[in-house]
Design a protein around this ligand. Structure first.
Ligand SMILES: [Zn+2]
Length: 267
């Protein structure tokens, strides 16, 4: 059995990006450890916060719920502040993840890898899927932590840009999502680079269709983040499974060439 450390930028990224693979790992009896870099303190503030309740408390509670659905055995919070999108003033705050020293943050992640005796780390592609500064930092910190802890298997979670855009065109043509002009996975990213990575640069395509219902339940646990999650939750079950029933990874050190295989298959 393996222990997989899943390193994510904000509460809710785990469900959207790697939820199906986490479910599959748990079902096979592996240990899932979720490490969340930031507190998600610049997320949407829900109208129903209780007296004295903070957004960070709400988001941690939602993450506990999501982690329960996804079969996560341990959640570790690195506790950095969100950096916000590119150019936001909070990018410069000393407590932000963006301002954290690379080695300092990586050492904290490496500590978890060592404690867990984990040989598998999952982080993000080089532009953090859509260019959010915290996501890019996850990529950088993941690489460095894998070096520090001598982690044998580093996977970078991503989206298959070509596949998602083809799917968006089908949805726009056949079943437009209510309240959405058109689904477009290519525009509207933070760094101007289209979402995810081209198919030619990927190594692993993991079929998680049978976990789509639970993945959707984990996404909906993050109820306070309406703008991140509501579009996904307005899709029909069928289209959700079509768009999010596959997860993609780039394995570091492996020649590119996309194959349908599981991240724990011997390579
Ligand atoms: Zn995020």
């Amino acid at each position: 059995m393996s222990t997989i450390v899943w390193f994510h930028a904000h509460p809710d990224d785990e469900a959207i990006l790697t939820g199906g693979s986490m479910l599959r790992a748990a079902e096979e009896g592996h240990r899932n450890v979720l490490v969340v870099a930031t507190n998600g303190d610049f997320g949407e503030v829900p109208a129903d916060l209780g007296p004295g309740e903070t957004l960070v408390e709400r988001r941690r509670a939602e993450t506990t719920l999501s982690a329960g659905v996804l079969g996560v055995a341990r959640v570790v919070w690195l506790g950095y502040a969100d950096s916000g999108m590119t150019g936001w003033e909070q990018n410069g705050r000393v407590e932000s993840f963006l301002q954290a020293g690379l080695d300092e943050a990586a050492e904290r992640l490496a500590l978890v890898l060592r404690e867990e005796e984990s040989t598998v780390l999952v982080s993000y592609d080089w532009h953090g899927n859509y260019g959010h500064p915290d996501h890019i930092k996850v990529h950088q910190v993941g690489r460095r932590a894998a070096e520090l802890a001598r982690t044998s298997h580093l996977f970078e979670a991503t989206f298959n840009r070509d596949r998602l855009q083809a799917m968006a065109e089908v949805i726009n043509r056949l079943a437009p999502v209510e309240g959405q002009d058109r689904v477009d996975f290519e525009g509207d990213t933070d760094d101007g680079v289209p979402l995810g990575m081209p198919e030619t640069e990927l190594t692993h395509e993991v079929d998680v269709v049978r976990f789509a219902g639970s993945k959707r339940a984990a996404v909906s646990a993050h109820r306070s983040q309406v703008s991140d999650t509501s579009f996904l939750l307005r899709m029909s079950d069928e289209h959700f499974a079509g768009a999010f029933g596959t997860e993609w990874f780039i394995k570091l050190g492996m020649a590119a060439g996309l194959q349908r295989r599981w991240i724990l298959d011997p390579s």
